[in-house]
Write a protein that binds this ligand. Structure first.
Ligand SMILES: [Ca+2]
Ligand SMILES: [Ca+2]
Length: 398
């Protein structure tokens, strides 16, 4: 009963934390701190004192266990009283990000400025297009811009098209893709522009070739320099360095039964789109993909597909010819952490409790739990394993 209360606290906290802390004590402490920062709520004296006690005396010895659980129960009740804290979510995101950058024309060569001019989150309006969002972002950041007689942006903050040579000007990517139509064509109304999208306006001195817009190049790989993914329970054995452009099958191990993974999939040739799907590759179904790095909820056995340059998707390269698409697969495999008996992706006090209850014969370990309980590797599951888990937790406490 009491251990269930403790689990409630941990669960409440895990809403906040994506960094995968191992400790209950710090979890609670940092949860409270973050909550305070986010809500500016006055935390009562009593709450602080309880947390202080946990921080100082949490793992001194097994005899604190019962006390510990009752303390957590008390904190749980506090948390219930402050329930607004535990559910205070991030602001609802209705923005797109806009960045304006010149990495191709240097000041030494005469550019009025170089590097990132600004990066901003812009709130979307119903009537917006990519074009209007870029223009508003530039204005709101107090920079000048010029729209040419042909309707596109030809100058930002004094940096004009053709300023370096006859091959230069401003180009824009939408989620790392150089759009095949002008920026006015991608609107909130037609779904071409959506909250969470990422727009980069960049200067080129070579008709785009120097910023990854390769006209007439049919390479549909993903860029290995820019590839990445992020989740809460990615196994330490699964690093991102394994990714190379010409290898198409991967396994991502996660240490919890479920995770949310965001993929940074950037085509080598940004004239092509990359799209992310789960379990069924459906390039012809609009909206079936996880757009713009959106989190993909995954569990053991799921497969994430990332396609690049499918012939059904728009590309300015279609004028030059047709590419063969590339499809990458990422199999998701759940690999339980040794000692993580409640399967929440971290070693915590609940794992110790489960083990101790099995010793006291309140509960039996399942076959799956038994398989990962021998954390010290001496072939027996006994009190030494409980101590070993406590030691791992305590190491993070020092
Ligand atoms: Ca656990
Ligand atoms: Ca053992």
């Amino acid at each position: 009963m009491r251990s269930e209360s403790a689990a409630t606290v941990i669960t409440v906290y895990s809403v906040w934390d994506e960094s995968g802390y191992f400790r209950v004590g710090l979890d609670l402490y940092s949860w409270t701190r973050r909550s305070t920062a986010k809500t500016n709520r006055k935390i009562t004296c009593g709450f602080d004192v309880v947390l202080f006690f946990i921080e100082k005396h949490f793992f001194i010895g097994g005899i604190f266990m019962k006390k510990l659980l009752s303390i957590i129960l008390a904190v749980t009740m506090f948390a219930a009283a402050f329930s607004v804290i535990s559910v205070s979510a991030e602001e609802t995101d209705s923005t797109v990000s806009v960045k304006v950058v010149n990495n191709t024309y240097s000041k030494e060569n005469g550019a009025p400025w170089s590097g990132v001019l600004f990066s901003a989150a812009v709130t979307l309006n119903d009537g917006d297009s990519m074009e209007s969002v870029i223009e508003r972002a530039v204005s709101e950041n107090d920079y000048s811009f010029t729209v040419s007689e042909y309707g596109y942006i030809s100058e930002i903050n004094g940096l004009s098209e053709y300023a370096y040579n006859g091959n230069g000007g401003w180009m824009a990517t939408l989620n790392n893709w150089f759009t095949s139509d002008g920026t006015g064509a991608y609107t909130v109304a037609n779904g071409g522009l959506q909250a969470g999208d990422d727009i980069v306006m960049m200067y080129t001195c070579a008709w785009g070739a120097d910023v990854g817009s390769l006209y007439g190049d049919f390479n549909t790989t993903l860029s290995e320099d820019e590839f990445g993914f992020r989740g809460s329970y990615i196994s330490e054995s699964t690093t991102q360095e394994f990714f190379v452009s010409e290898k198409y099958d991967y396994t991502i191990e996660i240490n919890a039964p479920e995770d949310m993974i965001s993929f940074f999939a950037v085509p080598t040739n940004k004239n092509y789109q990359a799209r992310v799907y789960k379990n069924e590759y459906q390039p012809e179904v609009n909206g079936a993909d996880y757009r713009g790095g959106k989190n993909v909820p995954v569990k053991d056995g799921d497969v994430v597909y990332i396609g690049v340059g499918n012939p059904a998707w728009p590309t300015m390269n279609s004028w030059a010819g047709t590419a063969d698409e590339s499809v990458y697969t990422f199999k998701i495999k759940y690999v339980p952490l040794m000692g993580d008996l409640n399967g929440n992706g971290k070693l915590d006090i609940d794992d110790v409790t489960i083990l101790q209850r099995s010793f006291a014969e309140f509960d039996e370990l399942s076959a799956e739990q038994t398989a990962i309980a021998d954390i010290n590797g001496d072939t027996a599951v006994d009190i030494l394993d409980a101590t070993a888990i406590q030691r791992v937790i305590a190491e993070f406490e020092v």
